[in-house]
Design a protein around this ligand. Structure first.
Ligand SMILES: Cc1cc2nc3c(=O)[nH]c(=O)nc-3n(C[C@H](O)[C@H](O)[C@H](O)COP(=O)(O)O)c2cc1C
Length: 330
């Protein structure tokens, strides 16, 4: 195991005494367009793609539907591809393509709670199958060693299926992976309860005892720079992964807060829509853009009203016209 990506991130957090940062993988949110926009407001140390199904990629028909998830520009590097599959063989078979495409590493999703994923023995379903998990990890590690031992290898999971299961975390900590992200909730809890930060210190101590070289990342309800700081200093993790927190503050990864004026917010949304059109044309559902309104249309007088107007619009041109007319009054 010799990943410059994960080793340098760990060294960075030791040298600065601040957790390194990752934008959490979020389906239909963290695509190449959004990652490029985030870069303008202060990028995280690392990006991850949305989770991508290997069996889809491996079939001609399926590829059309999922390949967009792996699209990126150089600006987004370092970038890790997050994958999931139902068959062990599929995880292994996709590794050469990920290396070839120029990703910095691969992350296996072992936390997705969606019923269809779980019942196929993937995502958080793997928490109930230590044997299969071990086989996936060892086979993927073998493939990486064969092609490019520098390629990063990480796992993102939850801390149990129905109940909190310390044996699951200790088991993963002893596997041949470079990094482990713990979303501090069980599968059953989904995101309905606060993340279990009361257990965080115990997990970092477990890591020290079992595998001090393992890079450990915490995830769940991180919404402030202070919390990113505490993730290292108080809880002993190397990295902090932020998901929904980006909706509250798009500049959360910059060292100091950036106040965005009404005009800047509208310009940012405009830019997002244009880049979405340029990148995806008609190949992606334009309705997805509406997920991002919460980021831009907030914290200025009239923002809720404008959101309500834009949310019912049927195409991007109409939205752009409305935003332009707002901008002319800035
Ligand atoms: C819209 C949405 C999509 C998500 N998609 C993924 C995904 O593709 N892969 C993954 O590992 N987790 C996914 N997650 C979970 C997040 O990565 C993260 O673990 C979770 O939101 C908790 O972190 P937070 O409290 O910082 O949001 C998703 C979460 C949301 C809200």
């Amino acid at each position: 195991m010799d990943s410059p990506l994960w080793t340098s991130l760990k060294q960075q957090s030791q040298a600065t005494n601040r957790a390194f940062t990752i934008l959490a993988p979020m389906e239909d949110v963290t695509d190449t367009v959004f990652r490029q926009i985030v870069c303008e407001y202060g990028r995280p140390d690392l990006f991850m793609t949305e989770f991508t199904n290997c069996e889809g990629l491996l079939s001609d028909k399926g590829r059309e539907h999922v390949a967009h998830r792996l699209q990126f520009t150089h600006q987004e590097l370092p970038l890790v591809a997050q994958i999931w599959a139902t068959q062990v063989e599929s995880y292994v078979a996709i590794i050469p393509e990920l290396i070839e495409r120029g990703f910095s590493g691969v992350d296996i999703n072992m936390g997705c709670p969606v019923v269809n994923v779980v019942k196929n023995g993937a995502g958080s379903g793997l928490i109930r199958d230590f044997e299969k998990t071990k086989e996936i990890i060892h086979r993927v590690r073998e493939k990486i060693e064969e092609i490019d031992p520098h390629f990063g290898f990480s796992v993102k999971t939850r801390i149990g299926f129905t109940l909190i299961q310390p044996e699951w975390v200790t088991f993963l900590m002893q596997q041949p992976i470079d990094a482990l992200t713990l979303h501090l909730r069980t599968r059953k809890e989904m995101t309905r309860v606060p993340a279990h930060w009361e257990l965080a210190k115990e997990y970092s101590q477990m890591r020290e005892a079992l595998n001090p070289d393992l890079v450990l990342i915490a995830n769940g309800d991180i919404t402030s720079r202070q919390h990113i700081h505490d993730t290292k200093v108080t809880y002993g993790f190397d990295g902090a992964m932020v998901g929904r927190g980006i909706f509250e503050d798009i500049s959360i990864f910059s060292e100091s807060p950036t106040h965005l004026s009404r005009g800047q917010r509208l310009q940012a949304l405009r830019k997002h829509i244009l880049l979405f059109q340029e990148t995806w044309g008609n190949s992606k559902n334009f309705e997805l853009l509406k997920k991002y309104f919460k980021i831009y249309l907030r914290d200025f007088p009239g923002s809720a009203q404008l959101r309500n107007e834009l949310i019912i619009m049927k195409d991007a041109e109409e939205m752009l016209q409305r935003i332009d007319s707002e901008l002319s009054h800035v």
